[in-house]
Design a binder for this molecule. Structure first.
Ligand SMILES: [Fe+2]
Length: 285
């Protein structure tokens, strides 16, 4: 199958101030990739290699992969693994799974095992400290898995410890407002894929499209056909958002649904953590 048209890869760079981040972690570099959908040409090998080269060139301390490695059946992960094996980060590579990684009953464990074989740690309602105890990395189960369960993790976390939270679906940011989440990293929306100047992501106008597009065409327009099923918050389709005292960043992803992308380039995101004693205190605990 011919690769989908996506436009040029774009690197987004953001500096994130953290309250109570130890000085030794000042300048820590975290790179995020999301939504590879490595199935049937939804992500070309060329774009994938380009993204991996950019990640490695940035010499990240931590790499985070925020789900949807595959699209449906799990076997394409075996072809994706040799590409991912090229990724390098000083403190390791951490992943969460997206809704597409768990559609098929055996997919969750198949994908987890394949990633583990090359040293990528898949988090499922777990917390790790890749750079030491001064910064927690929380990885949550996908919202639609029925196992999304942040409460026990946040109950046990030291409220003074800054944390980055990996959560595939940005809708979870609403629930996560109950806890301190200095930075939530999501994907899932693909930025809406079709983004018009002034209008923004087209799926925002789903009700209108449903009114004018005949239903038989829905299977060919997945983001439109699934409608609000994809997200309740198209206003958070991509970029940085403030939710109370928490921050949410939504990555546009690398892979794409048919018919491809317009005005919504695939993305590699680099975050630099800044220790800022007077940064706002986060959390509602
Ligand atoms: Fe996705």
């Amino acid at each position: 199958m011919k690769p989908i048209r996506t436009g040029k890869l774009r690197v987004e760079r953001l500096t994130i101030p953290f309250a109570k981040l130890p000085q030794r972690l000042h300048g820590l570099k975290i790179v995020q990739l999301s939504d590879l959908h490595y199935t049937n040409g939804q992500l070309s090998d060329r774009l994938l290699n380009q993204a991996i080269d950019i990640v490695n060139r940035n010499a990240p301390d931590i790499i985070v992969l925020t789900g949807d490695f595959i699209h449906d059946v799990p076997e394409p992960i075996d072809t994706l693994i040799p590409f991912l094996k090229r990724l390098h980060a000083r403190h390791g590579i951490y992943a969460i799974l997206g809704n597409h990684d768990i559609y098929f009953p055996k997919a969750r464990h198949y994908v987890t095992r394949a990633l583990a074989r090359i040293g990528i740690c898949v988090l499922w309602n777990q917390v790790v400290y890749p750079a030491g105890d001064g910064l927690a990395l929380v990885g949550l189960a996908d919202l639609w898995s029925g196992e999304f369960d942040p409460a026990p993790i946040f109950r046990d976390l030291d409220p003074d410890v800054p944390r980055i939270v990996l959560s595939h679906n940005p809708d979870t940011a609403e629930t996560l407002r109950r806890w301190r989440c200095d930075l939530i990293l999501s994907g899932h929306t693909h930025g809406g894929q079709l983004v018009l100047p002034f209008l923004g992501p087209l799926p925002k106008y789903l009700d209108f499209f449903r009114w004018i597009i005949p239903k038989p065409l829905y299977p060919y327009l997945p983001l439109l056909g699934k409608g609000n099923y994809v997200t309740q918050h198209w206003e958070w389709a991509s970029g940085m958002f403030r939710l109370g005292r928490n921050r949410l960043y939504v990555n546009r992803g690398l892979g794409s649904y048919f018919p491809g992308r317009f005005g919504c380039p695939p993305e590699v995101t680099e975050f630099v953590a800044i220790a800022q004693p007077n940064a706002p205190q986060y959390g509602f605990d």
